[in-house]
Design a protein. Structure first.
Length: 199
């Protein structure tokens, strides 16, 4: 099962401002009663987006101009708090395919990478500049180039950063260790057969 090589991600962007956006804000704990992650997308930022009666609050994700956004921009320490895997899963199932922030909580970053959802860091000023472009033209695509580590939106371009091991895993198509293990099942069985404690 060959994995997609993720060298570039491009899509409509949405800026969700704020620092220390934790995993409970990304997906409230009461929605984590599931056997699989399917369907979690509808709960992404639920309490931020919805009133108690289910009607929409004023929020970037309820703004009709941002409908269909697949690149999320935010502030410092995105994905902090509980290490729940459901948080990046909910964002991925919502439709996001990349996240740009000033920095990320380590476990959230790792869980996102294994979904093939790049998390890249940019400065506060550069994120604000991308958000300004999107304010003027909400349909302007945000492109994240993982080979050259650049973010582009309209006429604006800036550098971005991520750990080299994660970048390499994405661009080489080796970002899901479970898929790699399944692909190597025959080799794994051969190795296991040589181990005395498997006999």
């Amino acid at each position: 099962m060959a994995l997609e090589k993720i060298a570039k991600v491009s899509g409509k962007g949405v800026f969700v401002p704020g620092n220390d956006i934790d995993t409970d804000r990304i997906i409230p704990a009461r929605f984590m009663v599931c056997v699989t992650f399917e369907g979690l997308g509808k709960y992404a930022f639920y309490d931020e987006r919805k009133n108690a009666d289910g009607s929409d609050k004023v929020h970037p994700l309820t703004d009709p101009r941002r409908k269909g956004a697949s690149v999320l921009l935010s502030g410092k320490n995105f994905g902090c708090g509980s290490s729940r895997e459901h948080a990046p899963q909910s964002l991925w199932h919502y439709g996001f395919r990349a996240i740009v922030a000033e920095n990320f909580a380590e476990i959230f970053f790792g869980n996102s990478t294994t979904l093939g959802m790049p998390c890249v860091c940019a400065s506060k000023g550069d994120i604000a500049a991308v958000a300004a472009v999107l304010d003027g033209n909400p349909d302007a695509p945000v492109e994240i180039d993982l080979e050259n580590m650049r973010i582009s939106c309209g006429d604006f371009s800036c550098p971005c950063a991520m750990p080299e091991n994660a970048r390499n895993a994405l661009v080489s198509g080796t970002w899901d260790p479970i898929a790699q293990l399944l692909d190597s099942a025959e080799q794994t069985e051969k190795t296991a057969s040589k181990l005395p404690y498997f006999k």
